[in-house]
Ligand binder design. Structure first.
Ligand code: ATP
Ligand code: MG
Length: 430
């Protein structure tokens, strides 16, 4: 036998049995975004490598070791599969002058690619929904972003998602802090792991982001950026916290929260859970006032965040199971005339808004009924020579209506010969 070909490691198929959960999630997210006035933007998954190097920063994990980069042999250009969406979104906004004279509330969704070690909640192709507000300077939009996340968790029925908050201040404040941090870390050089030693010169703030348990005490005692914020950032941060208190959104200040991408300043936040093991961050973001200019646009303040779809779905699966959608009717048909007649009946039912699976491939009545049952449909529509002659059909209930307590109408428990309109009424009753 020929050897089977398998998917690339860390890149997952999403199979029909799990797709309904994705669809429910995606639908909910789209409606929620619309309710806040955000508009969708779609960018290519492939960008020039330079875009990510310039925005995310060349001394970050993503750019140093996680990007799928290759040379387009046709023209020698270096291209990269997008590891995140913010850089592309800002590039598109600048390229198409979207910020000319107006601010933009945007969102995008889709696959991202990072060459990481695959494990639960960490994949090489994963999915994000990202939200970006370009051209907004005030703390009001930072507050909106966090408050809207809190609403989404409620709508999705997620529990135990906790907000961590920090401010990275201005670029100048960060430079001052960098010097203090380097001095501190330099005094403890022997306690630094190899990664951190390297970062000491390339990107010292990232040492605070280290996940190495052996480093945690050192990190805990490091000087804190939030103690030395510039005045404007301090005021901005106060206003964000006031807004959150007013909105009743709980948060935990985490002075070690620095985020893994270089473009952030001022507000940064992460939503985390302890229910998913090591991969507990389900959503992260903050302010990136310098990025638009860095990518070549006229300076414009901005902030945004991205959520990891796989991790949020995993969290949803911790909760009560969501019923997979099933067809309303499964059409069972026997005999040559019935085959043709049933085809038309199924179409008329769909005209009436029902979800209908028409049995294909023949087989005995018994085997067709087995399939009807397995489909999860609430009714089987039985069509044989008798029904064709009479111009009607037999409706056989396969399971109880979804919510008996709420349906006033009596539900038939036995099969009944009915006309098309009656059949539709039966199957449409929830
Ligand atoms: P982590 O610290 O877990 O590596 P990150 O800081 O690299 O996360 P971001 O770049 O902020 O992550 O991406 C936003 C969100 O996207 C994360 O909070 C997470 O939910 C999700 N995410 C990031 N990388 C992956 C991945 N490799 N697989 C699945 N989800 C991911
Ligand atoms: Mg990462």
């Amino acid at each position: 036998m020929t050897k089977t070909i398998q998917a690339v490691r860390g890149m997952n198929d999403i199979l029909p049995d799990e797709v309904h959960l994705w669809q429910f999630f995606e639908h909910t997210v789209r409606e929620w975004l619309r309710s806040y006035g955000y508009r969708e933007i779609r960018m290519p998954v492939l960008e020039r490598t330079e875009l990510f190097v310039r925005s995310i920063g060349d001394a970050t994990d993503i750019v140093e070791k996680e990007m799928y980069t290759f040379v387009d042999e046709l023209n020698g250009e270096s291209l990269t599969l997008r590891p995140e969406g913010t850089a592309s979104c800002v590039r598109a906004a600048v390229e198409h002058n979207l910020l000319y004279g107006s601010a933009q509330r945007l969102w995008y969704g889709g696959p991202m690619f990072r060459h990481e070690r695959p494990q639960k909640g960490r994949y090489r192709q994963f999915h994000q929904f990202g939200v970006e507000a370009l051209g907004y300077a005030g703390p009001d939009i930072d507050i909106e972003h966090i408050v809207m996340c809190a609403r989404l968790w409620r709508v999705l029925g997620l529990e135990g998602v906790v907000l961590e908050l920090n401010s990275l201040g201005s670029a100048e404040a960060r430079l001052r802090y960098r010097a203090r941090l380097v001095e501190y870390l330099g005094q403890h050089r022997e306690a630094l792991d190899a990664d951190s030693q390297r970062r000491l010169t390339t990107n010292p703030l990232r040492v605070l982001d280290s996940k190495n348990p052996a480093m945690q005490a050192l990190i805990e005692n490091a000087p804190r950026l939030v103690d030395d914020l510039d005045e404007d950032s301090a005021r901005h941060f106060e206003a964000v916290q006031d807004g959150l208190r007013e909105a009743g959104v709980a948060y935990r200040l985490n002075p070690r929260l620095v985020r893994g991408l270089d473009y952030y300043n001022r507000t940064v936040f992460e939503w985390t859970t302890d229910r998913l093991g090591a991969q507990g961050t389900v959503c992260a973001g903050g302010r990136y006032d310098g990025l638009v200019e860095q990518i070549g646009g006229k300076p414009a303040p901005a902030c945004g965040y991205a959520m990891g779809v796989e991790r949020l779905l995993a969290l949803m699966q911790e909760g009560p199971l969501r019923e997979a959608p099933a067809p309303d009717v499964y059409v069972v048909r026997q005999g040559e005339a019935a085959e043709r007649y049933a085809q038309g009946i199924a179409e008329r039912m769909r005209d009436a808004g029902l979800n209908v699976v028409l049995h294909c491939g023949g087989g005995s009545f018994k085997s067709q009924m087995k399939k009807a049952d397995a489909s999860g449909a609430r009714y089987a529509a039985l069509i044989g020579d008798d029904e064709v002659q009479a111009g009607n059909l037999t409706m056989k209930p396969l399971r109880a209506p979804r919510d008996v307590s709420n349906s006033g109408a009596p539900q038939p428990t036995a099969q009944a010969r009915v006309d098309l309109a009656q059949a539709v009424a039966l199957a449409a009753a929830r």
